[in-house]
Design a protein around this ligand. Structure first.
Ligand SMILES: [Zn+2]
Length: 682
């Protein structure tokens, strides 16, 4: 490993609109924590930075849905996630948030520096503006009819029915989700980071300079830089939730969440440094610092392209040495989904498996989605626990300490004459250490965990080969040597597994009655001195039985059933309206007097309706479901005061209310008994 004076390790800032689950742990936080714990054990100067990402549209949308403020949302999930990380031993030096004062100041200053250096392009464009709410509308705040599939509830950035990506001006009949009114196009100015100008820099820095990066990361960067091509990206938004754009003419604008979030790493470091009385600049602005970003694959472009361009153009900052992004973790063959509740939630895991944090850490690391998407299954967790943690690690440790208790009253016996097997076994410890280091430093954490477990395998093999339990009578001197060596292996294990299984390492130190051993002592064969008294021992791991796993599978089966029952096609409730909004609609009961097909159309019927108020013509798209003759005389609900429209040359006044089934078939909405035409519906 290249020598650095210090390390700055960041883990993706989780978005504070929901709780974290096993997918997050496996992809980002467990790997980052393992790496950091390793560095700390080596005595490196390291700071491990994370926090909640609390700005952006999804948070304001969720707040609207729940009828609370964005602050309520982020306060809730900041606390939940902070606790979940702490429960699983993710050892951040700081877990702060992007709504902090320090962050607003840091992000503003960063923007100002780039602005002062004339890095940004300023561009005006036409964007939708809600005149009633007096604000510009983010793409997600506009709905309208999709020009491709006629879905009436398409969003300004995408139609979720046909999947087409849209821009707000593509929508037919755009509507503001805030006031429900029709937005107007209005000029607005935004600041753009001209990524295209830095293509050469990125080619040089990543494509030529960092060929050692993980294949999935390097490949995605290459495709952005070479195939897709970089374009200027707006770093400001018209929104009232976020860091205000610190320029006079930017009233009502905030920094785009993807501009402010990575600066959160910097502001969180500053906050930490103030508390610890350290110099934060050494970690961010000194070439002798090694910065590594741990992220999921969906964040590669932001951490490898956009943020580095920001850092580079600012001029004072270092760039990351590596960005070991992972792929995604699935659950029992299906994509993890918050809305379908298809996830293992961390707090639920702890309720069902108290004290088994390390079992989950082990399983997630052993099965981490390092090179491709991977699957978490409960059977795999059971197998890894029973066949590896219990049968290999637990078994070896247990035999070492129990035999020492039995033969030597828990005191470490002295070594005497060593056999060839003894010497070879002891020499192997340093070899295993080197392989763990090599894998860890190249971000192959699954491999490094497997290598660490090899030390327990070595111990088991040693005991099986030497059989101390059969020698106690015939050769007690040799048994002393064997148990001494077994205990030295156990002591080495307590450090070697510590980055992966911190709770287990602590327990192991308790069994051996020792303080944690630094990493550089691994490989030494005199970690425990003769006559050292061991501590109180117990079991490191216990078997997980089939019925426990069956319970978890049953839980998932129930979720699946509920998801099937729940009609996925039911559209979510529309935004709240006032009573006034409702009472502006004039809905009456009418009777169909005449009905005929509109020539040269498939769907349209021309209806003559007695509304009590008048007899009027309504054109309705119901011809596929009704014969004209069969509906004459039917009572229907009519929206009376909808503005008149001319359809196929016929003036249509008002609209008939219909209930639409999932398959698109239609039924009239009608009173349950006969009422006079003109009766109001309210
Ligand atoms: Zn569509």
């Amino acid at each position: 490993m290249k020598k650095y004076k210090r390390f700055l390790i960041t883990a993706a800032l989780p978005y504070a609109n929901g709780p974290v689950h096993i997918g997050h742990l496996a992809g980002v936080y467990v790997p980052a924590d393992i790496y950091v714990r390793y560095l700390r054990l080596r005595g490196e100067d390291v700071v491990f930075v994370c926090g909640s990402d609390e700005h952006g549209i999804p948070i304001t949308l969720k707040a609207r849905q729940e009828g609370v403020s964005p602050k309520d949302i982020v306060d809730r999930y900041h606390e939940i996630n902070k606790k979940a990380f702490s429960d699983f031993g993710i050892s951040f030096d700081i877990y702060s948030r992007t709504t902090s004062k320090i962050h607003a100041k840091t992000a503003s200053e960063f923007f100002q520096t780039l602005n002062y250096k004339k890095i940004f392009i300023e561009k005006t464009s036409q964007q939708y503006f809600d005149t009633e709410a007096n604000q510009f509308l983010a793409d997600r705040y506009i709905t309208g009819t999709c020009p491709h599939c006629n879905n009436e509830d398409a969003y300004g950035d995408q139609c979720e029915k046909c999947g087409t990506s849209l821009t707000p001006t593509d929508l037919i009949n755009p509507k503001s989700m805030i006031s429900g009114s029709q937005p107007i196009l209005k000029e607005t100015k935004h600041w753009y980071l001209p990524l295209d100008k830095y293509t050469g820099f990125l080619e040089e820095w990543i494509l030529k300079g960092h060929k050692e990066w993980k294949v999935n990361v390097y490949g995605q960067c290459k495709s952005w830089i070479k195939d897709i091509g970089l374009e200027p990206r707006a770093v400001t938004r018209d929104l009232d939730w976020g860091v205000k754009v610190p320029v006079e003419e930017a009233e009502g604008k905030v920094l785009y969440v993807w501009f402010d979030a990575p600066i959160g790493y910097i502001s969180n470091t500053i906050e930490w440094a103030e508390k610890e009385q350290k110099d934060w600049k050494k970690y961010w602005q000194d070439e002798e610092t090694c910065m590594v970003h741990f992220i999921g694959k969906d964040n590669i472009v932001f951490h490898c392209i956009i943020f580095p361009v920001m850092l580079k153009t600012h001029g004072k900052y270092i760039l990351p040495q590596n960005v070991p992004a992972n792929e995604f973790l699935n659950l029992e063959g299906d994509k993890i989904s918050t809305s379908r509740n298809w996830a293992v939630w961390l707090h639920e895991y702890l309720e069902d498996f108290p004290g088994k944090e390390d079992v989950l850490r082990y399983t997630l690391c052993a099965n981490a989605p390092e090179t491709k998407d991977n699957d978490f299954t409960w059977k795999d967790l059971q197998a890894r626990n029973n066949n590896e943690l219990v049968a290999i690690l637990g078994n070896f440790v247990n035999r070492s300490v129990v035999l020492t208790q039995k033969f030597f009253q828990g005191k470490v016996p002295a070594k005497s004459k060593q056999t060839h097997v003894d010497t070879k076994t002891l020499a192997e410890i340093a070899v295993i250490k080197a392989s763990v280091e090599n894998s860890l430093e190249n971000f192959r954490l699954r491999e490094s965990l497997k290598n660490a477990m090899d030390l327990a395998r070595l111990g088991n093999k040693y005991l099986a080969d030497t059989e101390p339990w059969n020698l106690q009578k015939s050769d007690p001197e040799q048994v002393k040597t064997i148990m001494n060596i077994s205990l030295q292996i156990t002591a080495n294990l307590s450090t070697l597994i510590s980055p992966f299984l911190p709770n287990t390492a602590k327990k192991l130190c308790g069994f051996l009655n020792i303080d944690p051993i630094p990493w550089n002592k691994i490989g030494k064969t005199e970690l425990l001195l003769p006559d050292h008294q061991l501590g109180k021992t117990g079991l490191l791991f216990e078997k997980i039985e089939d019925d426990v796993i069956e319970k978890q599978l049953e839980k998932l089966r129930k979720t699946k059933e509920q998801n099937t029952l729940k009609n996925d096609n039911v559209k979510p409730q529309k935004n709240e309206i006032t009573y006034d909004d409702f009472s502006r609609m004039d809905i009456r009961i009418g009777t169909i007097l005449e009905a005929e097909k509109v020539p040269k159309t498939q769907k349209l019927l021309k209806l003559k309706i007695d509304t009590g108020v008048d007899q009027r013509t309504v054109v309705s798209g119901i011809a596929e479901y009704f014969d004209p003759e069969s509906i004459v005389g039917n009572q229907v609900c009519v929206l009376m005061n909808l503005e008149a429209r001319t359809i196929k040359g016929i003036e249509s006044k008002g609209m008939i209310l219909m209930a639409e089934e999932e398959d698109g078939s239609l039924k009239f909405v009608a009173p349950s008994g006969k009422v006079s035409p003109g009766s109001e519906v309210s």
